[in-house]
Ligand binder design. Structure first.
Ligand SMILES: C[S@@+](CC[C@H](N)C(=O)[O-])C[C@H]1O[C@@H](n2cnc3c(N)ncnc32)[C@H](O)[C@@H]1O
Length: 227
């Protein structure tokens, strides 16, 4: 597997995907917890003053932390997709939110941040849609950048069963890694396997979340950094 090439193709794929996303105008008073994902983001937003959203896309998680949570004074939203960040910037402007800083770039730009820079990290469907080696680097950065007792909200796609692999015509690219239409769409691990990758963390709670009505169940986890 050529990791560099796969990552470049992924960035192009997500940039195309975000061309369809339109900026929003949001108001705190209209926001409410609609499902477990919102609740888990709110948990982080009610605890952490500095929050990183890794692979923010058009900003669902960091915007939810800002609007449903009570503590955030500085959010950092990063994504390699220029289109996604442009959309998020418009939403921030339309909604008069000035606590969120945005940056176009991959997880590599986090190198320049000091250890313990954040007391909350959000990452929704990012670690499970990049090559394993890339997710290893991301996990190391999350471990380094979170303060002790910091909270991590991790959202993962549903676990792909053998039957789903056949039905979606997913093609195995590497161990536990599947592509659909030539693009990496799942590093497929059970919830327990994901939790085991976060040594030094404690699982506070986990739930499933129906992203599409009657569709397969996505997973949402809240972890605390112990040491
Ligand atoms: C499935 S989307 C999720 C977007 C957003 N978190 C959400 O839940 O709506 C995956 C995101 O990961 C981003 N991404 C891909 N490679 C990345 C990397 N190396 N570092 C940071 N983000 C990356 C993509 O640009 C894309 O926005």
């Amino acid at each position: 597997m050529n990791i560099g090439k796969i990552n470049t193709e992924l960035i192009e794929f997500w940039n195309d995907f975000f061309k369809e996303h339109k900026p929003m105008t949001l108001d705190k008073k209209d926001m409410k917890v609609e499902h477990e994902l919102d609740q888990y983001i709110k948990d982080v937003g009610d605890y952490a003053s500095t929050i990183l959203d890794l692979g923010t896309g058009s900003g669902y998680c960091i915007l939810t932390a800002a609007l449903l949570g009570s503590k955030m004074t500085h959010g950092l939203a990063i994504d390699p997709s220029l289109k996604a960040i442009e959309t998020l910037n418009e939403t921030l402007k339309n909604s008069n939110i000035n606590t969120i800083e945005t940056k176009v770039g991959t997880h590599v730009i986090l190198d320049s941040y000091e250890d313990g820079s954040f007391d909350g990290v959000l990452s929704s469907n990012v670690l499970d849609v990049v090559p394993y080696e890339t997710s290893e680097q991301m996990i190391e950065e999350i471990k380094r950048l979170l303060k002790p007792k910091g909270l991590l909200m991790l959202k993962l796609n549903f676990y792909l069963t053998e039957d789903m692999i056949k039905r979606t015509k997913a093609v195995r690219m590497a161990h536990n890694t599947y592509a659909i239409n030539g693009v990496l769409r799942s590093h497929n691990l059970t919830t327990e396997e994901w939790v085991r990758r976060f040594n030094g963390f404690r699982l506070l709670k986990s739930a499933t979340y129906e992203r599409i009505e009657n569709g397969p169940l996505d997973r949402v986890l809240l972890l605390e950094k112990i040491s």
